[in-house]
Ligand binder design. Structure first.
Ligand SMILES: C[S@@+](CC[C@H](N)C(=O)[O-])C[C@H]1O[C@@H](n2cnc3c(N)ncnc32)[C@H](O)[C@@H]1O
Length: 207
């Protein structure tokens, strides 16, 4: 995996398997804040389902914004979790990213702000079925629909929908027609999310 610095100085990596970067090269950490934390209105005490732990930036941004969060993250690739230890975070993010590194190493971590992170390793289509609780927010962040189609289907979206409380928010960077149609089919109401690093909007889906 090849590490590069993005436009806001945070690092990302290129996946040879998927032929894509893990984040927007205009600003990896900025993408987490603008496309996930802000649209999901993350605040103290929320329960969050994070799909695609990756380098854990969405989680780092969430625990920077709020405390007493309960986060469950689904990730299939142990090599990616191991690679998190190679990432250098900016000073402003150091503390949250240390928590993310601990979670990536031990698959569980609780920090001093009572944020709890649990990672379930395996294919999200299967591991989601082990989860028997309702979330206030969902970060849907796989690779693109073309490269990672299994996590953008109506079937998978309805497994997510069942695990969200009514009115909870799912945020994702994609605004592809197929993604929005599948979200609607699974019972979500669709809104445009912010445009960050490109002209098209992201998507906010309400359960
Ligand atoms: C774009 S990256 C996620 C970036 C991440 N959210 C962050 O904040 O750094 C996509 C992640 O989804 C994971 N992934 C892809 N397919 C998956 C699947 N079927 N089940 C679980 N994780 C999957 C990949 O291994 C990769 O780590």
């Amino acid at each position: 995996m090849k590490k590069i610095k993005t436009g806001d100085n945070s690092e990302t990596i290129f996946s040879e398997e998927y032929g894509e970067h893990f984040h927007s090269v205009t600003g990896a950490y900025e993408e987490s804040v603008k496309k996930y934390i802000e649209p999901c209105k993350i605040s103290d005490g929320m329960k969050i389902l994070d799909i695609g732990f990756g380098l854990g930036y969405n989680i780092a941004a969430a625990i920077t914004a709020a405390k007493n969060l309960k986060i469950i993250s689904l990730e299939k690739d142990k090599k990616v979790l191991d690679y998190v230890q190679e990432i250098s975070a900016d000073d402003s993010l150091k503390e949250s990213y240390e928590t993310v590194k601990k979670a990536a190493r031990d698959l569980f971590c609780k920090d001093k702000s009572r944020n709890e992170i649990r990672i379930i390793l395996g294919d999200a289509r299967e591991t989601i079925k082990q989860i028997d609780e309702k979330f206030d927010a969902v970060f849907l962040d796989p690779f693109s629909p073309k490269k990672n189609p299994e996590l953008w289907t109506a079937e998978f979206f309805s497994e997510i929908h069942k695990r969200m409380r009514k009115g909870a928010i799912l945020a994702t960077y994609s605004c592809a027609g197929l993604v929005r149609r599948n979200l609607k089919q699974a019972g979500f109401e669709i809104r445009d999310g912010p445009c960050v690093g490109r002209r098209s909007p992201s998507t906010v889906a309400i359960a």
